[in-house]
Design a protein around this ligand. Structure first.
Ligand code: NAP
Ligand code: HSE
Length: 430
């Protein structure tokens, strides 16, 4: 802090979010004294090229040296919005060790190394806040850590990736195929040049790891989350699913059962009346079930310059309040126990299965017999003739252990004289 008690802030990275934080901070600066009892100023912004002209930014704030920021003892808060693991991990570690508080939007980092960084923050008595790392502008980390602290949370489930939700919405509402919907998402700037992390579920998986760690007070990392993407979903799947009263969404879900924590991101059939079924386009929503509160849902914009800056700014204001009352580090890591992770094959699921079969007597009976052998019960079945001598068989199973369903599927793959193609296998929310 300056001698006049002004909190000084450094922003690391001046991209979409960093630029938004800078602009929002300027717009809010005159309210900070009233809100926190302290004034604040942006002291420095770390960029890769300080000579690059940047509209609306005071060039004297730009620096290419993290060391200068680290060794400036008047800087109290570091806002890390560069993204990626390194050098963000090293910079945050060094900043905490130097006694600075940290605000970050970095889900990749928090999902992989959140435990070690939060432990360090606790050790040095500083804040490490990361509201923007999950679902952008939607308040979800603070509500779970604080407002819902009196609950035992048993399930957290959400649509936490806007790009894939936009693609699935277009496929559902306009009958587009995946590749056309992805092209549209790219054209509108929702999907990145390399959309792999979004469409393969990795982005949502990182957010889920963070949410599950908070929900169950046990560290869950990205590598603990089973991830499946949406690139194999077809317009035909969506049509059948609609006829069965459901919709397909990329669902991030974590549950604590008696055996441990189940955490997965996957395309799933949701009943059309489920609250998450009505979350469309790039919007996100997170659904939390607590034993005392029951069901709660948080909805809004999960990404974008100002929604994400809104979450960072809320964290900055929280840190300022803690600085004022000498209580930084007040709410640290909540992981006080270790709950094992359940392997996916041990989980109980229901499945939607679409297959191309030979249309002759006995085929359906053979398929049913394999399912019976492995304890897979059929809940709903539709068969439609396609071309001469072929039919499309679509069925939804009852609950079954994943490993038993996989055995039945393996057997189907060997029945090439009857089953010509297994077109889709999608889990059904229960
Ligand atoms: P971005 O637009 O790519 O901005 C990142 C900025 O950081 C770039 O300007 C980049 O500079 C700079 N940078 C990277 N490494 C640096 C280094 N070593 N030294 C100095 N500057 C460096 O990314 P973003 O969308 O703002 O995302 C930032 C973070 O927020 C990420 O962790 C992301 O996951 C998270 N987030 C983003 C959103 C969103 O809607 N965008 C939502 C929630 C969370 P160059 O331009 O020179 O490469
Ligand atoms: N790529 C993410 C999304 C936004 O599509 O939701 C950043 O978290």
């Amino acid at each position: 802090m300056t001698e006049t008690n002004k909190v000084r802030i450094a922003i690391l990275g001046l991209g979409t979010v960093g630029g938004g934080v800078y602009q929002l901070f300027q717009a809010q600066a005159d309210t900070l004294m009233a809100k926190t009892g302290l004034d604040a100023e942006i002291a420095a912004i770390l960029v890769r090229d300080a000579n690059k002209p940047r509209e609306g930014i005071d060039p004297s704030l730009l620096t290419e040296s993290f060391e200068d920021i680290l060794h400036d003892e008047t800087i109290d808060i570091i806002v890390e919005v560069m993204g990626g693991i390194e050098p963000a991990r090293t910079y945050i570690t060094e900043a905490l060790k130097a006694g600075k508080n940290v605000v970050t939007a970095n889900k990749d980092l928090m999902a992989a190394h959140g435990g070690e960084l939060l432990d360090l923050a606790q050790e040095v008595g500083r804040d490490l806040l990361f509201e923007a790392s999950v679902a952008g502008g939607i308040p979800i980390i603070r509500p779970m850590k604080q407002c819902l602290a009196g609950n035992r949370i048993t399930e957290v489930m959400g649509i936490v990736n806007g790009t894939t939700n936009y693609i699935l919405t277009k496929m559902d509402e306009e009958g587009m195929e995946f590749s056309d919907a992805l092209a549209k998402a790219t054209e509108l700037g929702y999907a990145e040049a390399d959309p792999t992390a979004d469409i393969e579920g990795y982005d949502a998986g990182r957010k889920l790891a963070i949410l599950a760690s908070i929900a169950f007070h046990s560290r869950v990392t990205f590598s603990d989350v089973h991830t499946e993407g949406i690139s194999r979903i077809t317009a035909a799947d969506i049509r059948y699913v609609r006829d069965m009263g459901c919709i397909i969404k990329l669902v991030a879900t974590a549950r604590e059962t008696e055996k441990g924590i189940e955490a997965s991101v996957q395309p799933m059939l949701l009943p059309v009346h489920h609250p998450l079924a009505s979350v469309k386009d790039v919007f996100n929503a997170v659904f939390v079930h607590g034993d005392a509160v029951g069901d709660t849902m948080f909805y809004g914009r999960g990404a974008g310059r100002f929604p994400t800056a809104s979450a960072c700014m809320g964290d900055i204001i929280d840190v300022m309040r803690n600085i004022r009352f000498y209580c930084t580090g007040r709410i640290g890591c909540g992981c006080y126990r270790h709950v094992p992770i359940q392997p996916m094959e041990e989980t109980i699921q229901r499945y939607f299965l679409r297959m191309q079969v030979v249309d002759r007597p006995g085929v359906l009976a053979s398929i049913a017999s394999v399912m019976g052998k492995y304890g897979v019960s059929i809940k709903q079945v539709v068969q439609k003739p396609t071309e001469e001598g072929r039919a499309e068989l679509v069925l939804i199973t009852d609950q079954v252990q994943e490993k038993d369903f996989l055995k039945a599927l393996e057997k189907f793959r060997s029945m090439t004289n009857m089953i010509q193609e297994i077109s889709s296998v999608i889990r059904v929310y229960e």
